[in-house]
Design a protein around this ligand. Sequence first.
Ligand SMILES: [Zn+2]
Length: 149
Amino acid sequence: MIPDKLVSINDLLIKSGTKLTWQRKALIRFLIDHPDEYFNTEEIYDRVRIMYPAIGRATIYRNMELYTGLRFVEKMTYESKITRYRLRRDEQQMLHNLLCLRCKKVKVVQADWAQEMSMQLLKEHGFSVLNHQLTFTGFFQNCNDEGCL
Ligand SMILES: [Zn+2]
């Protein structure tokens, strides 16, 4: 748990006029406890209902969309078949997604060559990269359908 992150998200919700219901708090806590991990709504449901059995699937979906709109959650979609969410990081870091097409899971990785690529873009095109999202699709060699991460 990152307390500063929780405070800043709560502030954001209050400023946007969003009521801080227990469901919303539970979902934010879950996201903060699992940074750098992408989840679909079903996985969030399975995990959050252990502590909060009264939470509903539709509530999770609605709030993930709300959080995406408020820009503290990053949403990843692939060919309208895969939708996953994770907490957006504050730091400007070059993170990349490895999407396994067999188990549909996403691994977030950091790669130094992205920094070199940014330097190259600045040198060759005078373009200064602030942020980017790069997703590689493929298969992990050790993947079974249960999940490979
Ligand atoms: Zn896999």
